[in-house]
Design a protein around this ligand. Structure first.
Ligand SMILES: *[C@@H]1O[C@H](CO)[C@@H](O)[C@H](O)[C@H]1NC(C)=O
Length: 135
């Protein structure tokens, strides 16, 4: 496993342990009952991870009630051969805040419609390689 994959699994384990987010298994695979919470009906499925870097992405088309984790899978030569995509649902009354990369109350959250301006700028789950080597 490469570092990104390891980091990602650690992150997923952490999220599952603290129970902050309801887990989804794959792209737009939402927990039962999700439709009772979502403003946008039916769910807008346009968001795509293809060509995106590893990171957390608020789903603007779904009022940021959903967010996605994209994880490019590279071969030994560093070529992207696939991109994993997981979708998560924020708790009732919260949306994905692209500034803190967490589900937050709407009134406290970075504006959903501007989320794209922060895509790729706030890092989480990436290790500083130099720092890591010193540990
Ligand atoms: C979501 O929260 C609102 C406001 O508190 C509440 O009226 C509604 O019943 C909740 N929806 C679900 C599915 O729990």
């Amino acid at each position: 496993m490469n570092d990104l994959t390891t980091n990602f699994l650690v992150t997923l384990t952490f999220l599952a342990t603290v129970g902050v987010f309801q887990m989804a298994l794959a792209a737009f695979d939402l927990p039962s009952g999700a439709n009772d919470l979502l403003n946008v009906q039916p769910v807008n499925m346009e968001f795509n991870c293809e060509g995106r870097k590893y990171g957390y992405y608020g789903d603007i088309n779904n009022d940021c009630q959903l967010f996605h984790i994209c994880l490019p899978i590279e071969d030994a030569d560093g070529n992207v051969i696939d991109t994993n995509h997981w979708t998560f649902l924020c708790s009732n009354g919260t949306i994905f805040d692209q500034q803190t990369l967490s589900c937050n109350y709407i009134s406290d959250s970075f504006p959903c419609e501007e989320s794209e301006s922060l895509y790729g700028t706030v890092m989480f789950g990436l290790q500083d390689d130099e720092l890591f080597k010193k540990l």
